[in-house]
Design a protein around this ligand. Structure first.
Ligand SMILES: Cc1ncc(COP(=O)(O)O)c(C=O)c1O
Length: 380
């Protein structure tokens, strides 16, 4: 018996065309982000750059991801007119997704840990989104699934789809852009690119692009305390979980997210939280800019890589990411009271960075403090 089911809905298809067109037109109006040069002594023969992702319209590298996730969800028929988009987030992705939801005219709900900084909640609400806060950061996934089921909406699930929604072969992705912007530098092919991992999507895109375009560049992921990514990569065990959340907003997860692609990564470092914060405080002196602490996690790893290159007599370039602006975290990483309450002492790390900036040497052995009490549920 022949069967034929035609579900084509011209009204929906017109809405879809319009929504995809709006997202693409928004991208077409956007400029690329800058590749900033971080000053180091010229005689080292090593150049350090930061890809400044804080200048996207929604202030973080998550703007790229949110655009990709919206296009993926729209083109898959998952995002529907009048139905909410729901996301589990540490805040940055939700800020960017709220922007795109408003652009195409669908409601948006962010599910986040209560400890997320107020400024991100304000930004989500500014873009017309709603925030659903949960006590336990590990709950964000299941609450987002439940809200989507109850509302008939779409759970975007950045942690699963980040790596596949992004076009890693090129198309002005973050890696493509970095390589094009380095073209006229003295070391146009970077020795290393350093990323951090929240979903793992950014590091997956960079690593895949490097391999696809047959570059010699190494890809390093810097991971904060209390994150599952580093121990999982170290032991080759995808089931590692940790018992407390990361204090570095946006990165470090208690489980290994599906978008983390471990086989594509060359090197990982575990970075003490105090080193991450010390790095952004020093960066402010170097660049006149405040950055979020995840930028510091990657920057510390870049300092260590440069120190190793110096010791090995190597020259070349190293690229890190300026993930989001520090103004979002004045009450955390730029607050000495918050640091004291968390038991974070940045002084020894600041001294090591200052020593590095004059000598090129960053001593290695600093134990990660496992004993620091976390007085509030950490944001993830
Ligand atoms: C501030 C910040 N930095 C870095 C990252 C890491 O990006 P990815 O999710 O691509 O691993 C995130 C992700 O949430 C973030 O919010």
């Amino acid at each position: 018996m022949e069967l034929d089911i035609d579900r084509r809905d011209p009204v929906y298809r017109n809405w879809l065309k319009d929504a995809v067109g709006k997202v693409q037109a928004d991208a077409n109006r956007s400029a690329d982000t800058h590749l900033l040069s971080v000053p180091l002594p010229a005689e080292w023969g090593i150049d350090l750059y930061l890809k400044d992702e804080s200048t996207h319209p929604t202030g973080s590298l998550k703007h790229r991801l949110a655009r990709s996730l919206f296009l993926y969800g729209l083109c898959n028929g998952w995002i529907r007119p009048g139905k909410p988009v729901i996301e589990a987030s540490s805040g940055s992705t939700a800020v960017s997704e709220a922007y795109f939801a408003k652009l195409i005219g669908v409601p948006f709900i962010a599910v986040m840990a209560k400890s997320t900084v107020r400024s991100k909640i304000d930004l989500i609400e500014f873009h017309g989104g709603r925030c659903h806060l949960v006590d336990d950061p590990c709950e964000v996934y299941e609450v987002a699934v439940r809200l989507a089921a109850e509302s008939g909406g779409h759970y975007m699930d950045q942690f699963t789809y980040a790596e596949r929604a992004t076009d890693w072969r090129g198309n002005n992705n973050i890696a493509d852009s970095i390589f094009r912007q380095l073209a006229l530098e003295r070391h146009p092919v970077p020795a290393w690119i350093v990323a951090t991992a929240g979903t793992g999507g950014t590091s997956a895109t960079i690593a895949r692009f490097v391999h696809y375009t047959q570059q010699d560049t190494g890809v390093c992921v810097a991971d904060p305390e209390n994150s599952a990514f580093f121990p999982s990569w170290q032991s080759d065990d995808p089931d590692v979980v940790t018992d407390r959340g990361s204090r570095i907003e946006g990165i470090g997860r208690q489980r290994v997210e599906p978008s983390f692609v471990p086989g594509a990564i060359d090197r990982m470092m575990r970075v003490p939280d105090a080193a991450s914060v010390a790095s952004i405080r020093v960066l402010e002196r170097l660049l006149g800019r405040k950055a979020g602490a995840s930028t510091g996690t990657g920057l510390w790893a870049a300092f260590r890589i440069i120190s190793d290159m110096r010791a090995a007599g190597e020259q070349g370039s190293v690229v890190g990411l300026l993930c989001d602006p520090g103004e979002r975290y004045l009450e955390k990483y730029y607050s000495d009271e918050w640091l004291a309450a968390q038991g974070i002492d940045i002084a020894p790390f600041t001294a090591r960075i200052e020593h590095f900036l004059t000598t090129g040497e960053l001593s290695t052995a600093v134990p990660v403090s496992a004993a620091v009490p976390v007085s509030e549920p950490a944001a993830v």
